[in-house]
Design a protein around this ligand. Structure first.
Ligand SMILES: *Cc1c(COP(=O)(O)O)cnc(C)c1O
Length: 353
């Protein structure tokens, strides 16, 4: 059995020590020592203003709300649905934009045709850690007076992207490269927005007896932050292992003509994704599964094709890519033999199956 995900895990005794400190303090949430420490680690890491959250989705909804968005938000449908579900749940309308066929981020040449007098923002997704074409997005946003949000859930190992746009969201879910079991954060270089976000995530409380706005509970707990503090010491080593794994895959796969590796344009190791041509993606998925290797059709199905969302946009690249992509195991616990087996099965299916 080869799993798709193998989360980084801190030393059990070290985690117990962290928990003991929390027990001694008797502070489990509301920005205690652990969240404060994790935020300061991340502030340095991202060189941005950081607000820790209970998860990435609530963080994204908080970003949308704190920017005061209403109306239409241009967003790709080729993403984890949380990106545009957050938009809907905040009372805005996602307007779907196609992706480019190379790095699979939002196609910046297709954004302007979707802008109407209701458009308020563009949400770019740094899919698989591939940073969006931020310069072009910035230019369009400036021209049309739009806000820019980035879903950077996949981008923990590209910290330079934290200050792009008005605000960025990182997810610290257990399936992500760096995690706090559940968690996430927002980063922004706008001090005023940062202040608002921190008040918003705590019921709108700005101080004792002072409710400044209508907020929610988006706070990260001390237990989650403790996990993050320890995992922060581990993720660089995990990245090195994943880089090695990526190379092994690339060397074995490049000879298979019907299989393309989705490029990692900023060197992120968050995911390793292939595109299988000729309608054989599901065959590859099933053969691997039958032999105990778990992969994921990330992202399939698209919610514009299953009745949950309507669209008038031409999403031909998103639709084709969604039928081709398969995320393969890349985690640091893989052996070279594991990767050879995965590639051998892929090759058999593509050439024979
Ligand atoms: C994981 C993920 C999210 C949601 O983050 P959670 O922390 O699980 O709420 C949002 N967008 C993308 C692209 C993701 O991969």
């Amino acid at each position: 059995m080869i799993s798709l995900i193998s989360p980084i895990i801190p030393d059990y005794d070290e985690y117990c020590q962290q928990i003991k400190e929390i027990f001694d303090d008797k502070v489990f949430s509301n920005g205690g020592k652990k969240v404060t420490e994790l935020e300061s680690i991340l502030t340095q890491y991202f060189e941005s203003n950081v607000s820790a959250f209970c998860n990435g989705t609530i963080a994204l909804m908080s970003a949308i709300t704190c920017l005061g968005l209403s109306g239409e938000v241009i967003v790709p449908v080729f993403t984890f649905p949380a990106s545009f579900q957050a938009i809907s749940l905040c009372g805005c309308t996602p307007v779907f934009c196609d992706i480019n066929d190379y790095d699979l981020t939002i196609d910046v040449n297709r954004i302007e045709e979707l802008i109407t007098n209701k458009t308020c923002a563009i949400m770019g997704v740094h899919v698989y850690g591939n940073v969006c074409h931020d310069y072009a997005i910035e230019k369009i946003a400036h021209k049309h007076n739009l806000k820019v949000i980035y879903d950077a859930a996949h981008c923990f190992d590209v910290p330079d992207c934290a200050n792009l746009g008005d605000v960025s969201m990182f997810s610290f879910h257990a399936t992500k490269l760096f995690h706090t079991a559940e968690g996430g954060c927002l980063t922004t270089n706008n001090l005023e927005l940062d202040k608002k976000i921190k008040i918003f995530r705590s019921f709108g409380i700005a101080g004792e007896d002072l409710y400044e706005l209508v907020g929610l509970n988006g706070k990260m707990s001390e237990l989650n932050a403790a996990m993050g503090i320890l995992n922060f010491q581990l993720f660089q080593k995990e990245i090195q292992k994943r880089k090695k794994n990526r190379k092994i895959y690339e060397n074995l796969l490049y000879i298979i003509s019907k299989v393309a590796v989705v490029p990692s344009t900023y060197g992120s190791t968050s995911y390793f994704v292939i595109r299988v041509e000729n309608g054989k993606r599901n065959d590859v998925y099933n053969s691997l599964k039958n032999q105990g290797i778990i992969t994921r059709k990330y992202f399939y199905p698209l919610l514009t094709n299953n009745g949950l969302y309507e669209t008038k946009s031409d999403l031909r690249v998103s639709n084709r890519v969604s039928e081709e992509v398969l995320a393969l195991p890349i985690h640091g616990n893989l052996t070279e033999n594991d990767i050879e087996l995965v590639c051998k099965i892929i090759k058999e299916v593509v050439f024979n199956g």
